[in-house]
Design a protein around this ligand. Structure first.
Ligand SMILES: [Zn+2]
Length: 111
């Protein structure tokens, strides 16, 4: 049974919601404050999340964990967001740098 993680945007409570077979989550409710502003968190179910959404979830005030980079779609996002915050256009050559970084990380993780 899949478990979805949500964060309550009202009280910042993190909630795990078990999805029963055949049921649909329409509007999860925070068990702590009753709020309905629930944001789905990144998880293994996040396949449909666009790069823009993933980018918006990057917190550039701290380095991301190594686990984060095990999903190679996340590689380069931190740097990209940081550059955007600093007003730089990553530019087309950035994609090449990211591709190389992905390869390097894969080699590192397979050690
Ligand atoms: Zn809440």
């Amino acid at each position: 049974m899949p478990i979805y993680e949500y964060r309550c945007l009202d009280c910042r409570n993190k909630v795990e919601i078990l999805v029963l077979p055949g049921s649909q989550i329409t509007s999860p409710t925070c068990p702590r404050c009753g709020g309905t502003n629930m944001q789905r968190l990144m998880s293994s179910f996040a396949h449909h999340v666009s790069e823009k959404d993933r980018l918006s979830q990057v917190d550039t005030s701290r380095p991301m964990s190594e686990d984060y980079y095990r999903d190679d779609r996340n590689i380069g996002l931190w740097a990209k967001k940081r550059m955007q915050e600093l007003g730089h256009d990553p530019g087309p050559e950035f994609e090449g740098i990211v591709e190389k970084a992905k390869k390097d990380v894969k080699e590192k993780l397979s050690d």
